[in-house]
Design a protein around this ligand. Structure first.
Ligand SMILES: C[S@@+](CC[C@H](N)C(=O)[O-])C[C@H]1O[C@@H](n2cnc3c(N)ncnc32)[C@H](O)[C@@H]1O
Length: 294
Protein backbone atom coordinates (compact mmCIF):
# COMPACT_ATOMS: atom_id res chain seq x y z
CA UNK A 1 0.00 0.00 0.00
CA UNK A 2 1.36 3.42 -0.84
CA UNK A 3 2.08 5.81 2.01
CA UNK A 4 -0.97 8.05 1.82
CA UNK A 5 -3.27 5.08 1.20
CA UNK A 6 -4.87 5.12 4.65
CA UNK A 7 -5.45 8.82 4.34
CA UNK A 8 -6.83 8.32 0.83
CA UNK A 9 -9.15 5.57 2.07
CA UNK A 10 -10.50 8.03 4.63
CA UNK A 11 -9.41 6.02 7.66
CA UNK A 12 -7.24 8.71 9.19
CA UNK A 13 -6.00 12.21 8.43
CA UNK A 14 -3.38 14.15 10.39
CA UNK A 15 -5.72 17.15 10.34
CA UNK A 16 -8.76 15.00 11.21
CA UNK A 17 -10.36 13.94 14.50
CA UNK A 18 -9.22 11.25 16.92
CA UNK A 19 -10.09 7.96 15.24
CA UNK A 20 -10.74 4.32 16.11
CA UNK A 21 -10.28 1.77 13.34
CA UNK A 22 -11.36 -1.85 13.38
CA UNK A 23 -9.02 -4.00 11.30
CA UNK A 24 -5.82 -5.99 11.24
CA UNK A 25 -3.27 -3.52 12.44
CA UNK A 26 -0.57 -4.38 9.90
CA UNK A 27 -2.92 -3.62 7.03
CA UNK A 28 -4.12 -0.39 8.61
CA UNK A 29 -0.76 1.01 9.66
CA UNK A 30 0.95 0.12 6.40
CA UNK A 31 -1.14 2.86 4.80
CA UNK A 32 -0.34 5.59 7.32
CA UNK A 33 2.14 8.34 6.46
CA UNK A 34 5.66 8.14 7.86
CA UNK A 35 6.75 10.18 10.90
CA UNK A 36 3.15 11.12 11.77
CA UNK A 37 3.03 10.06 15.44
CA UNK A 38 4.87 11.52 18.42
CA UNK A 39 4.06 8.59 20.68
CA UNK A 40 3.32 4.93 20.01
CA UNK A 41 2.24 2.64 22.85
CA UNK A 42 1.87 -1.08 22.08
CA UNK A 43 0.50 -3.76 24.38
CA UNK A 44 0.40 -6.84 22.15
CA UNK A 45 -1.30 -10.01 23.36
CA UNK A 46 1.23 -12.57 24.49
CA UNK A 47 -0.22 -15.48 22.55
CA UNK A 48 -1.04 -13.74 19.32
CA UNK A 49 2.17 -14.84 17.67
CA UNK A 50 1.28 -18.47 18.08
CA UNK A 51 -2.26 -18.21 16.85
CA UNK A 52 -1.27 -15.82 14.07
CA UNK A 53 1.77 -17.77 12.88
CA UNK A 54 0.05 -19.07 9.77
CA UNK A 55 -0.65 -15.51 8.68
CA UNK A 56 3.04 -14.68 8.33
CA UNK A 57 3.55 -13.97 4.68
CA UNK A 58 6.56 -14.09 2.43
CA UNK A 59 5.62 -10.62 1.29
CA UNK A 60 6.18 -9.21 4.76
CA UNK A 61 9.50 -10.97 5.08
CA UNK A 62 10.83 -10.08 1.68
CA UNK A 63 9.64 -6.50 2.03
CA UNK A 64 11.49 -6.22 5.34
CA UNK A 65 14.63 -7.86 4.02
CA UNK A 66 14.61 -5.91 0.82
CA UNK A 67 14.32 -2.39 2.06
CA UNK A 68 13.48 -0.87 5.36
CA UNK A 69 15.41 -3.23 7.60
CA UNK A 70 18.67 -2.31 5.91
CA UNK A 71 18.11 1.19 7.29
CA UNK A 72 17.83 -0.28 10.78
CA UNK A 73 21.32 -1.74 10.84
CA UNK A 74 20.90 -4.27 8.05
CA UNK A 75 23.02 -7.33 8.52
CA UNK A 76 23.55 -7.12 12.24
CA UNK A 77 19.79 -7.06 12.74
CA UNK A 78 19.33 -10.14 10.59
CA UNK A 79 22.14 -11.94 12.40
CA UNK A 80 20.84 -11.16 15.90
CA UNK A 81 17.34 -12.14 14.90
CA UNK A 82 18.63 -15.37 13.36
CA UNK A 83 20.59 -16.26 16.50
CA UNK A 84 17.56 -15.78 18.71
CA UNK A 85 15.10 -17.58 16.50
CA UNK A 86 17.41 -20.55 16.01
CA UNK A 87 16.90 -21.73 19.57
CA UNK A 88 13.26 -20.96 20.19
CA UNK A 89 10.70 -21.98 17.61
CA UNK A 90 7.84 -20.61 19.64
CA UNK A 91 9.49 -17.24 19.76
CA UNK A 92 9.89 -17.29 16.01
CA UNK A 93 6.11 -17.44 15.76
CA UNK A 94 5.74 -14.53 18.13
CA UNK A 95 8.44 -12.44 16.56
CA UNK A 96 7.17 -13.28 13.07
CA UNK A 97 3.95 -11.58 14.12
CA UNK A 98 5.48 -8.64 15.98
CA UNK A 99 8.51 -7.82 13.86
CA UNK A 100 6.78 -6.30 10.81
CA UNK A 101 4.58 -4.27 13.13
CA UNK A 102 7.59 -2.90 15.02
CA UNK A 103 9.29 -2.02 11.76
CA UNK A 104 6.17 -0.06 10.85
CA UNK A 105 6.18 1.56 14.30
CA UNK A 106 9.69 2.86 13.66
CA UNK A 107 8.58 4.31 10.33
CA UNK A 108 5.49 5.94 11.81
CA UNK A 109 7.31 7.66 14.69
CA UNK A 110 8.05 11.35 14.38
CA UNK A 111 11.75 12.18 14.53
CA UNK A 112 11.32 13.28 18.16
CA UNK A 113 8.99 10.36 18.91
CA UNK A 114 9.03 7.47 21.37
CA UNK A 115 7.86 3.84 21.31
CA UNK A 116 6.65 2.11 24.49
CA UNK A 117 6.40 -1.69 24.06
CA UNK A 118 4.52 -3.38 26.91
CA UNK A 119 5.43 -7.04 27.45
CA UNK A 120 6.01 -9.42 30.32
CA UNK A 121 8.98 -11.37 31.61
CA UNK A 122 8.52 -14.15 29.05
CA UNK A 123 9.30 -12.08 25.95
CA UNK A 124 10.81 -8.80 27.10
CA UNK A 125 14.45 -9.92 27.02
CA UNK A 126 14.23 -11.20 23.46
CA UNK A 127 12.39 -8.07 22.45
CA UNK A 128 15.10 -5.92 24.06
CA UNK A 129 17.87 -7.55 22.03
CA UNK A 130 15.85 -7.35 18.84
CA UNK A 131 14.74 -3.75 19.37
CA UNK A 132 18.35 -2.80 20.09
CA UNK A 133 19.19 -4.13 16.67
CA UNK A 134 16.10 -2.67 15.01
CA UNK A 135 16.15 0.87 16.46
CA UNK A 136 19.85 0.98 17.36
CA UNK A 137 21.16 0.38 20.86
CA UNK A 138 21.68 4.09 21.41
CA UNK A 139 17.92 4.56 20.92
CA UNK A 140 17.10 2.51 24.04
CA UNK A 141 15.81 4.88 26.72
CA UNK A 142 14.42 2.77 29.55
CA UNK A 143 13.17 -0.54 30.77
CA UNK A 144 10.16 0.36 32.91
CA UNK A 145 9.01 -2.19 35.44
CA UNK A 146 5.33 -1.93 36.27
CA UNK A 147 4.92 -3.74 39.58
CA UNK A 148 1.55 -4.72 40.99
CA UNK A 149 0.35 -7.07 43.68
CA UNK A 150 -2.81 -8.92 42.88
CA UNK A 151 -4.09 -12.44 42.35
CA UNK A 152 -2.79 -15.91 43.14
CA UNK A 153 0.84 -16.32 44.16
CA UNK A 154 3.09 -19.24 43.17
CA UNK A 155 4.63 -21.14 46.09
CA UNK A 156 7.48 -22.81 44.19
CA UNK A 157 9.18 -19.61 42.92
CA UNK A 158 8.94 -15.84 43.38
CA UNK A 159 5.46 -14.90 42.24
CA UNK A 160 5.72 -12.94 38.97
CA UNK A 161 3.97 -9.64 39.62
CA UNK A 162 5.39 -7.19 37.12
CA UNK A 163 5.25 -6.25 33.46
CA UNK A 164 8.07 -4.73 31.46
CA UNK A 165 7.71 -1.71 29.20
CA UNK A 166 10.63 -1.16 26.81
CA UNK A 167 11.12 2.44 25.73
CA UNK A 168 12.91 3.40 22.50
CA UNK A 169 13.28 6.79 20.87
CA UNK A 170 13.59 7.24 17.15
CA UNK A 171 16.40 9.78 17.36
CA UNK A 172 18.57 9.62 20.50
CA UNK A 173 20.04 13.03 19.64
CA UNK A 174 16.70 14.84 19.54
CA UNK A 175 13.74 13.24 21.31
CA UNK A 176 10.93 14.77 23.37
CA UNK A 177 10.83 13.91 27.07
CA UNK A 178 9.40 16.21 29.75
CA UNK A 179 9.76 14.80 33.24
CA UNK A 180 8.35 18.02 34.72
CA UNK A 181 4.98 17.23 33.13
CA UNK A 182 4.68 13.90 34.97
CA UNK A 183 2.53 13.60 38.10
CA UNK A 184 4.81 13.20 41.10
CA UNK A 185 4.34 10.45 43.67
CA UNK A 186 4.77 10.23 47.45
CA UNK A 187 8.22 9.51 48.86
CA UNK A 188 8.49 6.02 50.39
CA UNK A 189 10.18 7.54 53.42
CA UNK A 190 8.93 11.16 53.59
CA UNK A 191 10.62 11.62 56.94
CA UNK A 192 14.02 11.46 55.22
CA UNK A 193 13.43 14.55 53.05
CA UNK A 194 12.47 18.14 53.83
CA UNK A 195 8.77 18.90 54.37
CA UNK A 196 8.83 20.94 51.14
CA UNK A 197 10.15 17.97 49.18
CA UNK A 198 7.71 15.61 50.85
CA UNK A 199 4.88 17.97 49.93
CA UNK A 200 6.03 18.17 46.30
CA UNK A 201 6.44 14.39 45.99
CA UNK A 202 9.13 12.65 43.99
CA UNK A 203 9.65 12.08 40.32
CA UNK A 204 8.76 8.50 39.39
CA UNK A 205 11.74 6.28 38.57
CA UNK A 206 11.77 3.38 36.12
CA UNK A 207 9.95 1.17 38.66
CA UNK A 208 6.24 1.97 38.78
CA UNK A 209 4.16 0.55 41.62
CA UNK A 210 0.60 0.81 40.45
CA UNK A 211 -2.50 -1.26 41.14
CA UNK A 212 -4.17 -3.18 38.33
CA UNK A 213 -7.55 -1.92 37.13
CA UNK A 214 -9.87 -2.48 40.06
CA UNK A 215 -12.63 -5.00 39.29
CA UNK A 216 -15.10 -2.62 40.90
CA UNK A 217 -13.53 0.75 40.06
CA UNK A 218 -14.56 3.62 37.77
CA UNK A 219 -12.10 2.63 35.04
CA UNK A 220 -13.29 -0.95 34.62
CA UNK A 221 -14.61 -1.61 31.10
CA UNK A 222 -14.87 -5.39 31.35
CA UNK A 223 -12.12 -5.90 28.75
CA UNK A 224 -9.90 -8.67 30.13
CA UNK A 225 -6.45 -7.19 29.40
CA UNK A 226 -7.28 -3.58 30.22
CA UNK A 227 -4.32 -1.57 31.51
CA UNK A 228 -4.63 1.13 34.21
CA UNK A 229 -5.00 4.72 33.10
CA UNK A 230 -2.38 5.75 35.68
CA UNK A 231 0.33 3.80 33.85
CA UNK A 232 -0.60 5.31 30.49
CA UNK A 233 -0.89 8.77 32.01
CA UNK A 234 2.80 8.92 32.85
CA UNK A 235 3.74 7.74 29.39
CA UNK A 236 1.55 10.28 27.61
CA UNK A 237 2.58 13.13 29.93
CA UNK A 238 6.31 12.52 29.53
CA UNK A 239 6.57 11.71 25.84
CA UNK A 240 4.02 13.91 24.08
CA UNK A 241 2.77 17.48 24.09
CA UNK A 242 -0.78 18.77 23.93
CA UNK A 243 -2.13 18.42 20.41
CA UNK A 244 0.31 15.64 19.44
CA UNK A 245 -0.85 12.43 17.78
CA UNK A 246 -0.68 9.23 19.85
CA UNK A 247 -0.99 5.81 18.17
CA UNK A 248 -1.94 2.47 19.72
CA UNK A 249 -2.55 -0.34 17.25
CA UNK A 250 -3.26 -3.02 19.86
CA UNK A 251 -5.88 -0.78 21.41
CA UNK A 252 -8.08 -3.25 23.34
CA UNK A 253 -10.43 -1.25 25.54
CA UNK A 254 -8.88 2.05 24.39
CA UNK A 255 -6.97 3.04 27.53
CA UNK A 256 -4.37 4.91 25.51
CA UNK A 257 -7.06 6.96 23.78
CA UNK A 258 -8.93 7.70 27.00
CA UNK A 259 -5.75 9.05 28.60
CA UNK A 260 -4.63 10.90 25.46
CA UNK A 261 -8.00 12.65 25.19
CA UNK A 262 -8.00 13.58 28.88
CA UNK A 263 -4.58 15.17 28.40
CA UNK A 264 -5.47 17.08 25.23
CA UNK A 265 -3.67 14.81 22.76
CA UNK A 266 -5.21 13.35 19.59
CA UNK A 267 -5.26 9.59 19.07
CA UNK A 268 -5.53 6.83 16.51
CA UNK A 269 -6.51 3.43 17.92
CA UNK A 270 -6.63 0.18 15.94
CA UNK A 271 -7.95 -3.21 17.02
CA UNK A 272 -9.11 -6.23 15.05
CA UNK A 273 -11.61 -7.43 17.65
CA UNK A 274 -15.30 -6.59 17.44
CA UNK A 275 -15.49 -6.92 21.24
CA UNK A 276 -12.73 -4.36 21.68
CA UNK A 277 -14.43 -1.90 19.34
CA UNK A 278 -17.74 -2.38 21.18
CA UNK A 279 -16.01 -1.59 24.47
CA UNK A 280 -14.38 1.48 22.92
CA UNK A 281 -17.72 2.68 21.54
CA UNK A 282 -19.10 2.62 25.07
CA UNK A 283 -15.94 4.17 26.54
CA UNK A 284 -15.92 7.10 24.10
CA UNK A 285 -19.69 7.54 23.89
CA UNK A 286 -19.41 10.88 25.67
CA UNK A 287 -16.97 12.14 23.01
CA UNK A 288 -18.96 12.64 19.80
CA UNK A 289 -15.90 13.99 17.96
CA UNK A 290 -14.22 10.57 17.99
CA UNK A 291 -14.55 8.91 14.58
CA UNK A 292 -15.11 5.16 14.15
CA UNK A 293 -13.84 3.70 10.87
CA UNK A 294 -12.95 0.43 9.21
C1 LIG B 1 -3.40 -6.89 25.48
S1 LIG B 1 -4.72 -6.27 24.54
C2 LIG B 1 -4.54 -4.52 24.68
C3 LIG B 1 -5.18 -3.98 25.92
C4 LIG B 1 -5.15 -2.47 26.01
N1 LIG B 1 -3.82 -1.97 26.27
C5 LIG B 1 -6.12 -1.96 27.08
O1 LIG B 1 -5.70 -1.24 28.00
O2 LIG B 1 -7.28 -2.30 27.01
C6 LIG B 1 -4.20 -6.59 22.90
C7 LIG B 1 -5.19 -6.26 21.82
O3 LIG B 1 -4.59 -6.49 20.55
C8 LIG B 1 -5.60 -6.85 19.64
N2 LIG B 1 -4.97 -7.48 18.47
C9 LIG B 1 -4.34 -8.69 18.42
N3 LIG B 1 -3.90 -8.93 17.18
C10 LIG B 1 -4.25 -7.85 16.43
C11 LIG B 1 -4.07 -7.50 15.07
N4 LIG B 1 -3.42 -8.29 14.22
N5 LIG B 1 -4.56 -6.31 14.65
C12 LIG B 1 -5.23 -5.49 15.50
N6 LIG B 1 -5.42 -5.77 16.80
C13 LIG B 1 -4.94 -6.93 17.26
C14 LIG B 1 -6.50 -7.77 20.45
O4 LIG B 1 -7.81 -7.81 19.89
C15 LIG B 1 -6.47 -7.11 21.83
O5 LIG B 1 -7.59 -6.25 22.00
Amino acid sequence: MSEPAAAASGLWRPDGPSTIVRGDNLEVIAGLPSSAFQLIYLDPPFNTGRSQARQRTTAVRSEAGAGSVIGFKGRSYERIKGDILSYDDRFEDYWGFLEPRLIEAWRLLADTGTLYLHLDYRESHYAKVLLDALFGRESFLNEIVWAYDYGAKAKNRWPAKHDTILVYVKNPADYYFDSSAVDREPYMAPGLVTPEKAELGKLPTDVWWHTIVSPTGREKTGYPTQKPEGVLRRIVQASSREGDWVLDFFAGSGTTGAVAAALGRRFLLVDSSADAVAVMRARFSGQPDVLFAG
